[in-house]
Design a binder for this molecule. Structure first.
Ligand SMILES: *[C@@H]1O[C@H](CO)[C@@H](O)[C@H](O)[C@H]1NC(C)=O
Ligand SMILES: *[C@@H]1O[C@H](CO)[C@@H](O)[C@H](O)[C@H]1NC(C)=O
Length: 202
């Protein structure tokens, strides 16, 4: 059962800021959306961070009872999204990176500076994650929540961790693109470690 412990993932974290003061989402395609399309939606006024977060919260509420990919959502996600929208509207865009205002799901072994509990799945060992395409097929592990959530459009971007196959295997089993960065190229600050020689976040 050791495998299941780390198979439980993810907490939603709304990221910072750009801002559009728009409320209509007519025509915006949320499913399989890319970060580039999200940013052009912010720019052309067809999308706000708040609408994006609401869309994903609704997807999570409807699909997670089947998929078990998400343990917690950040209770401050909507407020953070509103702040991002306000920042974008007030012209602070130049200070904002491409992930500004884009909600991200994080594997539950990555610490956050907010109200989310980071438990590495310890509290929920009895739940079993489901592959969204074929629910009887393993989603693989241990970054299964990250892969399942991306495949089911629970967020446009998810982060997992890999020590030995934990990004590559779930990405493959859930038909999503998984990037395992070269060890040491991405920060491991706040990640519950297994071995510094192999751990990487991607
Ligand atoms: C705004 O950008 C999004 C994403 O590229 C696109 O789907 C949408 O059609 C655009 N809407 C307008 C009004 O240009
Ligand atoms: C963190 O865990 C506590 C205790 O189980 C729970 O009351 C709280 O709602 C959790 N936080 C979030 C953001 O889910």
């Amino acid at each position: 059962m050791a495998q299941l412990r780390l198979q439980l993932v993810a907490a939603i974290v709304a990221v910072a800021a750009l801002g559009g003061a728009c409320s209509a989402t007519a025509g915006f395609e949320f499913n399989e959306v890319t970060v580039d399309a999200i940013q052009s939606g912010f720019k052309n006024g067809s999308l706000t961070s708040k609408q994006l977060v609401l869309f994903y919260l609704d997807r999570i509420a409807r699909l997670n009872p089947l998929l078990h990919a998400v343990i917690e959502v950040n209770p401050d996600a909507l407020a953070q999204a509103a702040r991002a929208d306000a920042e974008r509207a007030s012209g602070h865009r130049r200070r904002c990176g491409p992930l500004h205002g884009v909600p991200i799901l994080l594997k539950d072994n990555i610490a956050t500076r907010d109200r989310l509990n980071t438990t590495a799945g310890q509290v929920f060992v009895e739940l079993s994650m489901k592959n969204p395409y074929v629910r009887s097929v393993t989603p693989c592990g241990s970054s299964s929540g990250s892969a399942v959530a991306a495949a089911a459009n629970l967020a446009a971007v998810t982060l997992g961790t890999e020590t030995d196959g934990s990004i590559l295997c779930p990405a493959s089993m859930n038909s999503v693109v998984g990037i395992k960065p070269t060890v040491g190229l991405t920060s491991r600050a706040g990640v519950i470690p297994i071995t510094p020689r192999q751990d990487t976040v991607g």
